[in-house]
Design a protein around this ligand. Structure first.
Ligand code: ADP
Length: 211
């Protein structure tokens, strides 16, 4: 099993959205969900430590877009070097390949569902707001812009439309609670979802200059 110390070296520390602190938060959530749901903890922990290990550098947009594939391949190399049985390596890789919201691939095993849910819980609540705002600031995008009708209907931007942090909330973050797989994560998500949706509602009011 890779150690936390080993895993730290695979992640950047200069990006508050995808740094090693994200991995440690997901690890804590995943341990809690795995214990409550009866998942294989060794598969879950290895999948968490490795799930963003490739392409987490925000400067590499291309690698970031397929980081689930790159990280699954990397996991195969790391775990084979530790002599993990091929079936257990494949189980970890399946978790990593299906952990993303944007790709729409559905996690099938319980362990894959635990990774997906723990990772998405870290995208909502107060930390979810902080990560989305940090991402926008790093990418030179505004915190808030009213999304076009087209974006709301299709997720595609109009020509010249900025993709603000609020867009990310409309496209993804506000929908995550209803996309979770385990009962344990859904219970945790309720409070986080309310906080995040209140936050973005108030952000919109203040950005429009409402008192
Ligand atoms: P996924 O793997 O689930 O598709 P990403 O790894 O692309 O998600 O994004 C991880 C987190 O980064 C998101 O949950 C969000 O907090 C932040 N993020 C990604 N894209 C944006 C964006 N365009 N604006 C604001 N935040 C973003």
């Amino acid at each position: 099993m890779p150690t936390s110390e080993q895993a730290r070296a695979w992640y950047t520390d200069n990006d508050p959205t995808h740094d090693f602190a994200h991995i440690l938060r997901v690890l804590a959530l995943a341990r809690h969900i795995a214990a409550a749901e009866g998942a294989d903890i060794e598969i879950v922990e290895a999948a968490v430590l490795l799930h963003d290990a490739q392409g987490s550098d925000p400067g590499q947009a291309q690698a970031r877009a397929s980081h689930h594939e790159g990280s699954a391949e990397f996991a195969g190399v790391v775990l084979a070097a530790e002599d993990w049985p091929p079936a257990r390596i494949a189980a970890v890789q399946a978790c990593i390949r299906t952990h993303r919201y944007r790709t729409g691939e559905v996690p099938e095993s319980l362990e894959a569902k635990v990774l997906f849910d723990a990772d998405k819980l870290d995208a909502i609540g107060a930390i979810g707001a902080a990560r989305a705002l940090a991402f926008a600031a790093r990418s030179g995008q505004p915190f808030y812009q009213e999304p076009s009708e087209r974006f709301r209907a299709t997720g595609e931007l109009e020509e010249g439309e900025a993709r603000s942090a609020y867009h990310e909330y409309v496209f993804k973050l506000g929908r995550l609670r209803d996309r979770l797989h385990t009962r344990t994560a859904r219970e945790i998500a309720n409070r986080r979802h309310k906080f995040l949706s209140d936050f973005f509602t108030q952000l919109g009011q203040e950005m429009r200059g409402e008192a």
